[in-house]
Ligand binder design. Sequence first.
Ligand code: CMP
Length: 139
Amino acid sequence: AMERTFSIIKPDATRRNLTGAVTKKLEDAGLSVVASRRVKLTEAQAKKFYEVHAERPFYNDLVSFMTSGPVVVQVLEGENAIAKNREVMGATNPADADAGTIRAEFAESIDANSVHGSDSAENAQIEIAQFFTEDEIVG
Ligand code: CMP
């Protein structure tokens, strides 16, 4: 089915000028960028976005990393976009990511892992709504 998912190009990738290279990987996988904006997340935005991880030991480091520089928030659209995006991102830990995936090619560490992607349709909807209104998404 046609789906939308939410993607973040993280500060490690924007810092190394990899916005285009990451986006090309997404597009080559058949995903279309139907909304995109470069922003510097506030601490409040990052905390809210990663609320589900609030009790995890890596939460504070995650929030401080995600506010350490600009990110690019995007809505991706395509057939099975959620699974397709997860496939092209590769495993969360770049050490476990399959060759050719974004994280295998670009990620520096499990924290500086270049991209975030929604893990379910429900979360995709929640995450998209945190950054975009429906009129900003042009399919
Ligand atoms: P992301 O998909 O953005 O969701 C949460 C992030 O926490 C994850 O990518 C990683 O960058 C980061 N993280 C750090 N340590 C861990 C861990 N042990 N398990 C899962 N995610 C982690």
